[in-house]
Design a protein around this ligand. Sequence first.
Ligand SMILES: *Cc1c(COP(=O)(O)O)cnc(C)c1O
Length: 390
Amino acid sequence: MASINQERWVKSLQSNYGVPSITLVKGRGSMVTDSNGKEYLDLLGGIATNILGHAHPQISKAVSKQMKTLGHVSNFYMHPNVLELAEELQSMTGDTRARVFFCNSGAEANESALKLSRRTGRFQIVASEGSFHGRTMGALSLTGQPSKRDPFKPLLTGVKHVPYGDLKAMARAVTKQTAMVIVEPILGEAGVVTPPMGYLSGIREICDRSGALMVVDAVQTGMGRTGQWFGYEDEGITPDVITIAKGIGGGLPLGAMIALGKTSHLLKPGDHGSTFGGNPVACASALAVIRVLKKESILTKVLADEKFLKTELAKVNGIKEVRGKGLLLGIVLKRKLALELKDMLEERGILVNAPTTSVIRIAPALNISGKEIKRFLAVFDMSMNEVLHV
Ligand SMILES: *Cc1c(COP(=O)(O)O)cnc(C)c1O
């Protein structure tokens, strides 16, 4: 039976989303509470956005202090937070030539990369089958999922999609006319699909040979989620462009397109813009996120959590493999029971998501506690055994 809130939703919101069954009203750390007072352990974190959980004291403090001081200035004026955040991101890339453009979402970050790539004088693009780069028309043209694309054709021309993880297919598709190759270090929305080691460095070589820009879409893998700042570092490469969003704002809308090396000056004055991009409040939140991640050595913790989760999940019945890195994990089930399992976990106070019928994705807050991880594992094991026997 539909709840009152579900009826209100249907009568006032567009039907582009499914109608959610839960109304969340508050959160603290990795816990959230619904409108009936039921508590959940949140392992999805607003789809990989609440990188330090809900209502983090330092984020709340930084955000409210900034809002009380100066909320928005536009890009006609500077603000200390924009400068500091751009410098932080630049230092994470290890490239002093890197230059940052701020926007408000992942799709916008990829739109910005797309426009920047046009400044090479080329327009052809190679992306991956199954990839997700956003829902606006440019980002959707990059996205490799027919179900999302087909209703909105015609999209941008010149975009080719190749199988993810296949370097030979990539080498065949990239030519001297290719403006950019865009790639996710891990396919997040497609079910946490990891490429073979050497894939990103192989793409780097292909791009170097053809003069195409290598754009890493780190919107989901970025800001420490994989135990590295952006998710490509273990391949020892330097991309030309990095796009980020999701985790960087610590729950506020913020995105960035970082252009490195000689691509950093491709955009010319007047080429691009965003009224809210670099908003002081969103930047204050991001600065608080980075400060906490560094001070508490959370990237190291994330790698330890990954190891523990993979070891423990290997003991659970019905699991084929656990994909992903850091705290972006896809638990692949032997049978197509992900939707049933997700519902059962929700019933028992655990929020996850099922990007496909056989994958459970978790992208919890990076500061999730060991106790919370153990609670998840215990409930997961029990629920798994139960769905296997129904
Ligand atoms: C979520 C996501 C996007 C789109 O971000 P929005 O903020 O929803 O526009 C783009 N790329 C990747 C890899 C994502 O996971």
